[in-house]
Design a protein around this ligand. Structure first.
Ligand code: PNS
Length: 165
């Protein structure tokens, strides 16, 4: 299995500036990077998967991301099944705090156990350390300005598209 292909998985509901920062860093490290929208049954979704894909594609296009980036979704089973299918030996995750380490470490060990897929943790820019999709969902639902926390494409969508304006 090649370690030159990697996957950045997540709910991306919605994509944030922290996500985009991790994608930008990972794209610079690998020949091919799959940004994979995975349905997380433990979270109530705000956006349909198709909308998250569109917003990720727009954000990456507009976001000064260099490299070979493929945006896709996966709902057919284990994340490592997708990684194995595309020949990826590495998952890349952003770590903002010790809470993320505690959340991500068991998944990394399980994924390595299941399919020998390693997880690479990267530190996003500290400017994004406190940004999360769940906070963005809450601020957006209550009518607040999310533009400091999300890529412009997401801000435009949440400001107008989500309301059908
Ligand atoms: O952005 P999120 O919600 O923190 O992403 C979590 C996600 C989607 C990466 C995680 O829930 C996941 O890997 N789901 C795939 C299901 C799977 O393979 N589970 C077993 C190993 S953890």
């Amino acid at each position: 299995m090649s370690s030159r292909i990697a996957v950045v998985p997540g709910s991306f509901d919605p994509p944030t500036l922290g996500h985009l920062d991790v994608i930008r860093r990972a794209a610079a490290l690998y020949d091919e990077l799959h940004v994979l929208v995975v349905h997380n049954p433990g979270k109530e979704a705000m956006l349909p998967i198709a909308q998250r894909l569109t917003l990720l594609e727009q954000s990456i296009d507009e976001g000064d991301v260099e490299g070979n980036v493929i945006v896709a979704s996966w709902s057919m089973g284990l994340l490592v099944d997708y990684a194995t299918d595309v020949g990826a030996g590495v998952l890349v995750k952003g770590i903002r705090s010790q809470i993320d380490v505690a959340y991500e470490s068991p998944m990394a060990l399980v994924n390595r156990h299941l399919a020998h897929v390693e997880t690479l943790f990267v530190l996003p820019d500290p400017a994004h350390a406190l940004v999360s999709s769940s906070l963005v969902r809450q601020v957006s639902a209550l009518g607040g300005d999310v533009s400091p926390f999300v890529p412009p494409a997401v801000a435009r969508y949440l400001d107008t598209g989500a309301r059908g304006v």
